[in-house]
Every structure is written in structure tokens, then in C-alpha cells.
Design a protein around this ligand. Structure first.
Ligand code: PHE
Length: 345
């Protein structure tokens, strides 16, 4: 019977410690005690003893269950400052993260355009030459295709042309025009922006990265003219920089806009005073964006009748916008993952 007492003590102890005390009733030791009744000399006395143990266990289980239900949780003050002396300090964050300047500024830009009625669309990181060139009035063999330093992949599309990493967000123009085509019939304007990543296989310097961000803008309706393009961009730049700026608008060339323009901002670093300035090379101006009136062939490629509708488009370097705003002298800082740089924002 020593065995019996030992089992009894152990099972009761187990109930006292368990977080699921009822499971002790399924313990193999208890089952064995029950099957022992068959072989016991005094079956009645032995049976009574086992039943007595069962009753004790039931009582202990109820007690343990109410004890578990009662555990007093200490109230947590979620607004309390972080306890740096807490037991495992190495697992606690000792510094707060910050939102990356590219994300923060892109959100601001989207917000400004949203208030002007533009919807935001996403670009893609692999595209075909049909969207990047063909629909943008660069026929095959057009020399301006080479200006885009495009990364080609080894994969090809149905025409056997290499797929590419888009070198400008204009690669989305045709899709955006088609997607919102119905708005024109409803007498509304197509007004969309595409802020996203683009890639160029070019030499890196303080102003050039192989991977950077652009903001495409597309606006089409009846009677759209170049004055509306300039006014929209000036409105945006004023809202983004919170001040009037020295902006220079020069004629330019893009196959997909006619006429085309280039916007430059006066260099905030040297104001044209330093012929060795890393940012403007002493020119006093930093090219910020390209824009123009959408070429009739681009509208036609999206089944829009250029004799009825006109529109403007612009493509702006988001990194450049941010650099000029925060006087960052080297574009490469933005993707450098240097904490001492990023923590300033
Ligand atoms: N996609 C052009 C570039 O990256 C910019 C641009 C966009 C120009 C839209 C005109 C209209 O250089």
C-alpha cells in the first residue's frame, strides 16, 4: 500500500501545480489503481480507497481551478515610459525607429496631389518594351531609346524582346490612360499620379543613383493646355516647399510630349556661387522634372481621340525633390541605410 500512498501524494501534488488540473484524472497511474481492484484481496476496501482518492482529487481540482481563475493580473499602464531596468534589457528597444524620408515625403506628395484631384497608381518593377517605349511614341530603333540606360533582363516577351526594369514611370502612361478612359466619356478628366521606383544603368554620382523614385503625372480632358500644366506644377512645388521658389522652365525634347519642357530649381546649396558645387556643378540650377503636352500618338495608343481630348504629363525625380527640400548634398545617402543620416528625419 506504500505504492498507493505514494501515487496519492504525487497526483495531489500534480493537481496543485498544473494549469490544467483536470488532466490529472487521465493519469495512467490512476487507471492502474482502478484496474488493481480486480486483483485486490479485499476488493471492497480497496475500491473504497480508490474512490476516496478520486474524491480527494476532484476536490483538489476544483480548488486549483478557482485558484487559477482568480490569479490577479497586475494592471498594465500602456502609457508608462519604457522600463529599461526590466529583466531582459537586451530584448528591449533602446532607440525609436523613424519613418524613412522617402516614404514620408512620398506620402506628402501623394497627399498634395490627392487634394488637387489626382488618384495614385502603382508602377511595376519589370515591364515590356511595348509599354516603356512603343506606346510612348518611341518606335523600334528610335535613338532616344538609348537615352534611358535601361536594364534588360534575359527573359523575353511574346515578341522576343527582352523584358526590362522600367527606367521611368512613364511606362505606366498607357495603362493609366486605358484604365480611366471611361471618365472622359462621362465628361470627367483623367487625373492620376504614379509614384514608384525606376532603374537606370548609369554612372553613380551625387545626383545619380541606379535605383531611384519618380513621380509620373497624367492629366487628360477636353481643352487642356500648357498653361494648366505649368500652373499645376507650380501649385504643387509651392505646396511641397511651402514657399515661392526660383523655377526655370526650358524647352526640351521627349518623344511622348509635344511641346516638352524641363523644370529646374535654383540650387539651394550654392545659389550658383560655387563652380565646384557637387549638386549643380556650378550651373546654379538643378533639373527637377520633365513635362509636356501628351503627344497625339500616345493618346491614340490608348484609344483616346487627340482631336477631342488633350492632356499633359510630367515626370519628376522624388529623390531630387527631397534633396532640394532638406539640402541633402548626395542622393546616395537616401538608400544608404546609414542610421545617423536617417535618424535626422
Ligand atoms: N519620363 C521622363 C523621364 O524620365 C519624364 C517625363 C514624364 C517627361 C512625363 C514628360 C512627361 O525623363
Amino acid at each position: 500500500m506504500a505504492d498507493f500512498q505514494q501515487i496519492q501524494t504525487e497526483l495531489l501534488a500534480r493537481v496543485g501545480e498544473s494549469t490544467e488540473p483536470r488532466s490529472v484524472l487521465r493519469a495512467p497511474e490512476l487507471r492502474e489503481l482502478y484496474s488493481g481492484i480486480r486483483d485486490a484481496n479485499d476488493k471492497a476496501a480497496y475500491g473504497a480507497q480508490v474512490n476516496e482518492l478520486k474524491a480527494q482529487l476532484e476536490a483538489a481540482i476544483s480548488a486549483r481551478e478557482s485558484q487559477l481563475a482568480e490569479v490577479d493580473l497586475e494592471p498594465i499602464d500602456v502609457t508608462a515610459p519604457m522600463d529599461t531596468n526590466a529583466p531582459v534589457p537586451s530584448l528591449l528597444p533602446t532607440e525609436q525607429g523613424t519613418i524613412h524620408p522617402l516614404s514620408r515625403e512620398t506620402a506628402r506628395i501623394i497627399d498634395i496631389f490627392a487634394r488637387m484631384g489626382f488618384v495614385a497608381e502603382q508602377s511595376r518593377e519589370i515591364d515590356d518594351q511595348y509599354h516603356m517605349f512603343e506606346t510612348l511614341n518611341f518606335p523600334k530603333g528610335h535613338p532616344a531609346r538609348d537615352d534611358y540606360d535601361t536594364f534588360m533582363t534575359v527573359e523575353t516577351d511574346a515578341d522576343g524582346e527582352p523584358l526590362i526594369a522600367p527606367a521611368h514611370t512613364s511606362t505606366m502612361q498607357n495603362r493609366v490612360l486605358k484604365k480611366y478612359h471611361d471618365k472622359l466619356e462621362a465628361g470627367e478628366a483623367i487625373a492620376a499620379i504614379v509614384p514608384d521606383r525606376v532603374f537606370r544603368n548609369e554612372d553613380l554620382d551625387a545626383r545619380h543613383e541606379h535605383t531611384f523614385y519618380q513621380l509620373e503625372g497624367v492629366y487628360v480632358a477636353k481643352g487642356v493646355h500648357a498653361g494648366m500644366l505649368i500652373a499645376t506644377l507650380q501649385e504643387f512645388l509651392q505646396a511641397y516647399y511651402g514657399q515661392d521658389l526660383d523655377v526655370r522652365v526650358n524647352p526640351f525634347y521627349f518623344p511622348f510630349t509635344e511641346p516638352s519642357f524641363e523644370f529646374a530649381l535654383s540650387c539651394p546649396f550654392c545659389k550658383g556661387q560655387d563652380s565646384n558645387c557637387k549638386v549643380c556643378s556650378g550651373e546654379g540650377w538643378v533639373e527637377l522634372l520633365g513635362c509636356g503636352m501628351i503627344h497625339p500618338n500616345v493618346l491614340k495608343a490608348a484609344d483616346i481621340d487627340p482631336s477631342v481630348y488633350t492632356g499633359f504629363a510630367f515626370g519628376c525625380g522624388i529623390d531630387r525633390l527631397i534633396m532640394m527640400k532638406h539640402q541633402i548634398e548626395d542622393i546616395r545617402h537616401l538608400e544608404s541605410a546609414k542610421l545617423d543620416f536617417l535618424e535626422q528625419f
